[in-house]
Design a protein around this ligand. Structure first.
Ligand SMILES: [Zn+2]
Length: 233
């Protein structure tokens, strides 16, 4: 549901929700698919095995991302809805106490008693539930959770991310597969980290380094396991 109206054009906060889901999805897609590909390649699998494992990983990962995001964002949205319902009951029950509660919140933020009471009265005259949702519960239009949007964003960006190492496998000779997929995937990850940092207005070096570090670690581990398991079976 929509609580109050805010104009946040030009502010980056408004983009952080879907941006977080998008970067996370693409990042997971690249890391998990590249790791799978390297694991199978290190176990001396052929291009067919590698593509099969990578494609299965793409579908499984996209579904798991979508389900995970849907469940987690839904429970957040249930919590918000529950809190709003309780607030609505409180407002219907004792409007004076609610007005005093809101005024007290403004006073804690540094507004003097007289002004705080006036602000509380005027805000509640216009949209009592909206004022309590924002200033008491911290729920605004901006933070209102959208489960389906989050699920679709994650699944789509995971698929986009996973497609990059898979395309690299198709275009690379099998003999050079391991170093080329590893390097290309690290470059994709670094690029993604940079894009995310630029769009979110964060520090580029730190974001890029973080993403590349975890990607390198995941690929090294799965390649190592592929080597060990592949030579022992
Ligand atoms: Zn209240």
């Amino acid at each position: 549901m929509t609580v109050g109206k805010r104009h946040l054009e030009g502010h980056r906060v408004a983009r952080v929700g879907w941006l977080r889901a998008a970067v996370l999805g693409a990042n997971d897609g690249i890391v998990s698919t590249a790791s799978l590909v390297l694991g199978i390649a290190a176990a001396s699998g052929g291009r067919g095995d590698i593509l099969l494992a990578g494609s299965a990983g793409l579908v499984a990962g996209a579904m798991s991302m979508a389900a995970g995001e849907y469940v987690s964002v839904s429970s957040q949205s249930d919590t918000e809805r529950g809190e709003l319902a309780r607030e609505r009951i409180e407002l219907a029950g004792d409007i004076d106490a609610e007005r005093a509660e809101l005024a007290a919140i403004y006073m804690r933020r540094g507004v003097d008693r007289d002004t705080a009471q006036k602000v509380a009265v005027q805000m509640m005259a216009q949209d009592a539930l909206g004022a309590h949702a924002r200033d008491e519960l911290g729920i605004s239009e901006l933070t209102t959770a959208r489960p389906l949007q989050a699920a679709l964003t994650s699944a789509a960006t995971f698929t986009g991310g996973a497609a990059l190492p898979l395309m690299t496998v198709i275009l690379t000779p099998v003999a050079q597969l391991i170093p080329i997929v590893a390097i290309a995937s690290l470059l994709f990850l670094a690029l993604l980290g940079t894009l995310g940092a630029v769009a979110g207005g964060a520090n580029i070096g730190r974001a890029t380094g973080r993403v590349a570090f975890w990607g390198a670690l995941a690929m090294a581990l799965t390649a190592g396991i592929g080597r060990i398991v592949g030579t022992s079976v």
